[in-house]
Design a protein around this ligand. Sequence first.
Ligand SMILES: *[C@@H]1O[C@H](CO)[C@@H](O)[C@H](O)[C@H]1NC(C)=O
Ligand SMILES: *[C@@H]1O[C@H](CO)[C@@H](O)[C@H](O)[C@H]1NC(C)=O
Length: 295
Amino acid sequence: MKNFDLWEEVYGFHFFTTVMQLYSIDRAIPVLETNKYFWGVDEQFLNKLIKTRDTLLSFVREKGGFIDHTREIIKSCPQVLGERSGLDIATILASVYTHDEGNAGNDLEIFDVDDNNILNTLYDLIESMSELYPINKLKVENNNKKTKFYGTALGRYPEDVYDGIDVSEGNPWFLATAAASELSFKLIKKYREESKDIVILKGNRFWSLVLDQYDPRKDITITYNSHGFNETLKSLMELGDSFLDTIRSHVANNGSMSEQFNKYTGFNQGARDLTWSYGAFLNTIQARNSIKNLL
Ligand SMILES: *[C@@H]1O[C@H](CO)[C@@H](O)[C@H](O)[C@H]1NC(C)=O
Ligand SMILES: *[C@@H]1O[C@H](CO)[C@@H](O)[C@H](O)[C@H]1NC(C)=O
């Protein structure tokens, strides 16, 4: 079950790959079951898939040691913890990639966009990268938004040293910055479509970005459709848009997006016109379009 991470760097056990494997198998099983006779699906193969799904599920929930109960974050690859903080935008990507359809589809049941550990992971990434990349400090000074963390340009993981050509210093990436935006929009969709109260567990750091007077010492419930609920969704929209604003200010004049943008100058760097950057941007816009009438 060892494999490489999505950045193709570390051979080990990864939260991202495990979640994606689980999601693929979990979605395949009902399709195969429904069409079992028609397609002549082998019963043994189906049983093997079900067993594999259960193994992956317990691995990603407990056995793999991905959840850090003290910091309340997801550790991306526990094997390299000595060298790395465990924070990785791949964790956020895993959540948004497996929660695409809301009520309409069969999203993964765990690690949804409102998951406490997922949200704290995003907060810690934002906090750490706001210091790490000098362009973010510039932004902080010019920022009249709610918090200094609005629109933080995000990279892959704090210890990254790949500059797009060689090894020196890591930079912000378009797809990583878009992920923060996409997650914010999907949160809105979730609360609105599921007609759910917003339940915030005490100690959650993410919500300090969204709520004006946030007391992390207690659990908070914001009642569905109340004034506070509506205002909270609007704040989430502003937060999501702040990352899109950052992307807009670093896209080349002709609309071109490469892989990274330089952490000092803000100019495009690394793989030119990276398809993944455009894909991430389009997914984010799609998520935004699906909620803009729900506010
Ligand atoms: C909150 O927004 C919803 C949807 O627009 C609306 O139906 C509801 O009346 C709003 N609640 C309050 C308290 O304004
Ligand atoms: C857009 O601009 C970038 C950088 O200025 C350049 O490298 C790229 O070739 C341009 N792309 C197109 C399609 O003209």
